[in-house]
Ligand binder design. Sequence first.
Ligand SMILES: O=C(O)CCC(=O)C(=O)O
Length: 343
Amino acid sequence: MEVERVQAIASLSKTLHTIPSEYIRSEKEQPAITTFHGVVLEVPVIDLSEPNQDNIVKQISEASRDWGIFQVVNHGITNELISKLQQVGKEFFELPQEEREKIAKTDDSIEGYGTKLQKEVEGKKGWVDHLFHKIWPPSAINYQFWPKNPPSYRETNEEYAETLRGVSKKMFDYLSLGLGLEAGELEKAAGGDDIVYLMKINYYPPCPRPDLALGVVAHTDMSILTILVPNEVQGLQVFRDDFWYDVKYIPNALIIHIGDQAEILSNGKYKSVFHRTTVNKEQTRMSWPVFLEPPPEHVVGPIPKLVNKGNEENSGKGEEETSKYKTKSYKDYVYCKLNKLPQ
Ligand SMILES: O=C(O)CCC(=O)C(=O)O
């Protein structure tokens, strides 16, 4: 094994009350110093069972413009399915390490069990291990990276993928309507039926110094949207007006992140959310984000109708809106982002 797993470091650190120095963040990042502890602003929670669709569109559109993130309840995925998804993921991370290593990432693939994600700034590391594998479309799936254990892992994830597709189609429609487009337009511009659903499981073991460490460091997602299920341990934070705010845990809610591609497609009307995660002293935090990504060769840029003079949002303002983002393939976007090159 080339990389030391955080899960292994965590079990060694348990009795030490300290963590290795590469996990201690700089003071500008440490959660104890940078988390806001006053009147807490809350990420919007949207009830999808609301009978008035126009209200849902309005709430989603406002949340995506102001926050770039919102939670949805009554979304149509049963509590039972969410619990099964969490259970099989937890069981995988509780297998002996040699078992987990059987599906470790290879150099040429993002999929698999792993620890390090990209070049770490100043050599600092995140207190988290992960597992990545695609769950949709069927042609993109490589079962080599899916756990064989527990045996119900595959069936549960396949069921989750099918059900999630329904929710994500709804999200795309609401987001499209919120931009003054037809229902299916945003999804089509983002890759339509070829959009890739990439499952990630984050495993954040207990950390003796949660005041000094971070799980996932601050970032925006490269995806179009990310749909995330957390466990009950608090940890997700979003950046707004110069402060980091906790995103309140709501059992069985889905957390929807606006990703970079939705910001680009909407020409900046929707904001990709800057977020990070903290870790817990006693408890293991886990999360299951699914990144909805354009296929690699798909070209993404601002939707022309949202740029040209005369679109509903600009009419009356007497000014032509220019394109704020370059149009490029998703593959090129990812390359620049991972290598910290200008887009
Ligand atoms: O664990 C979370 O709540 C967020 C995870 C995240 O931001 C990521 O994996 O990119």
